[in-house]
Design a protein. Structure first.
Length: 457
């Protein structure tokens, strides 16, 4: 068999290359992104016995401290932004990367998968057309209605006048959503007509979310328990994960503005295994059929936000990547080699694999003062080593950086403090114990993560 470098020069076909990778002792991976989700991906991938080297662009202080388990080689963080597609491509070519894993939504929407594939490089994540399920809420909503996927009543608008008329029909009880990507903050929940009209003006007149809000989706406000679903997909087959629940609002009891997510846990008690199968049949089956009919080749992870209403489960929106902080709890629970699953997605062989999960996981996000608005950066973080010594606990970094010998805050969401337990109360208590050992100026976090499942609300 030719050497790995020779294999790259020969330009092996995808199936042949996959078989080579399974037999080879040299597997090199590039992870794109810098948040808590990407730290969780790096941490889990580094545990694969087949992996020998790993890069992350741009990474963060926590990712830079990880080591690849098989070789003990350090993870190499490269200061290239996730949206700098030409530089990412050059990095992958220079280091003869075997598989690139895309974490965040922006590079997917910009077409990083299409670009890498055009250059013969293997990459995990949906292509640009498939990524529209997240990059355009209007596309996603129209797809659901066309293919009979249960969802809320909604309409798409570009001008405030007609939008306000539709909001009036809903008595102002609606979700006003920016069509494009807005860092998880482009959804304004309204309980009155005044609130709805202000939200419409913020997006379409004041352009609070820029180009992402130049078109909006107004959706009736559904009532019920909201959960997160995730399913791997290889274009033909899906593998549904257990349920999880995110906590979007900044304050306890779901108060205050939306954030990128202040914590998560998995699994939830709100669906039995049988009910989860029914939800999969109601949502994933018509979604996959619709993709086939429209020629959408989705290879990656689909993340539907679902409301469990009195009329059955309804999709609030689709995302085309792992949730954050849902990724942290899922990957803490995952017992299967993540590299095997991601390669199976890329190669169209997911039907040969199962994703096994164990235990219960809770993630508590620690954020900077001011988040989700303007934040203070550069605050020294204390107690990371002490918290990391706790059993079954992992501190995933999101917005962190090095300042000399110190690790400092460098973003809104700073850390995802995650614990694995035998039951939900045990995992929750362990996560909050770890949080209690970490300090930085202005730190804020919710104290009610998983409270709904534990019957505290």
């Amino acid at each position: 068999m030719p050497s790995p470098k020779r294999q790259h020069r020969l330009g092996i076909r995808a199936g042949q290359r996959s078989r080579f990778l399974l037999e080879s002792a040299v597997v090199k991976i590039l992870v794109i992104g810098s948040g808590g989700r990407e730290h969780a991906l790096v941490w889990k991938l580094a545990q694969s016995p087949r992996l020998t080297r790993l890069w992350c662009a741009p990474g963060n202080a926590g990712i830079a401290a990880e080591q690849v388990g098989a070789s003990r080689s350090p993870v190499q963080c490269v200061n290239i932004a996730a949206e700098n597609l030409p530089a990412l491509l050059a990095l992958a070519k220079e280091n003869q990367i075997d598989l690139t894993v895309v974490g965040p939504d922006n590079p997917l929407a910009l077409g990083v998968v299409d670009l890498f594939q055009q250059h013969g490089l293997r990459i995990w994540g949906p292509n640009r057309r498939a990524a529209q399920f997240e990059s355009s809420k209007a596309f996603s909503q129209e797809f659901m209605e066309k293919h009979g996927i249960p969802t809320a009543r909604s309409m798409v608008f570009s001008f405030p006048g007609p939008a306000k008329k539709f909001a009036t029909l809903l008595s102002g009880k609606c979700a006003v959503k920016a069509d494009g990507l807005a860092l998880g903050k482009g959804v304004l929940l309204c309980q009155s007509l005044d609130e709805a009209e202000r939200a419409i003006d913020e997006m379409l007149v004041a352009q609070k979310f820029g180009a992402a809000g130049s078109r909006i989706v107004i959706q009736e406000l559904l009532e019920g328990m909201e959960i997160s679903l995730h399913a791997l997909c290889d274009g033909r087959t899906t593998r549904l994960f257990p349920t999880s629940q995110d906590h979007k609002r900044i304050g306890e009891n779901d108060t205050g503005p939306n954030t990128g997510g202040m914590g998560a846990y998995s699994p939830t008690p709100f669906l039995s295994p049988g009910e989860l199968d029914e939800v999969s049949t109601a949502i994933l089956a018509p979604w996959l059929k619709g993709c086939r009919e429209e020629g959408i080749d989705f290879r990656g992870v689909l993340y539907p936000g679902v409301m469990l209403t009195q009329d059955g489960p309804k999709v609030l929106e689709f995302n085309a990547r792992l949730g954050d902080p849902e990724a942290q709890v899922y990957l803490m629970r995952l017992e299967t080699d993540l590299l095997d699953l991601l390669e199976a997605c890329v190669e169209g062989e997911l039907g040969k694999h199962e994703a096994r999960f164990g235990g219960v996981a809770v993630c508590v996000v620690m954020a900077s003062a001011g988040y989700p608005g303007a934040v203070r950066k550069g605050q020294i973080i204390h107690g990371l080593e002490e918290a990391s010594r706790l059993p079954h606990t992992k501190i995933f970094h999101a917005g962190t950086a090095h300042d000399g010998d110190n690790i400092v805050t460098a973003g809104g969401r700073v850390l995802g403090v995650t614990a694995l337990g035998g039951n939900l109360a045990e995992a929750r208590d362990l996560a909050y114990l770890a949080v209690s050992k970490i300090q930085f100026d202005g730190a804020q976090f919710r104290r009610d993560i998983a409270a709904k499942a534990l019957g505290q609300r």
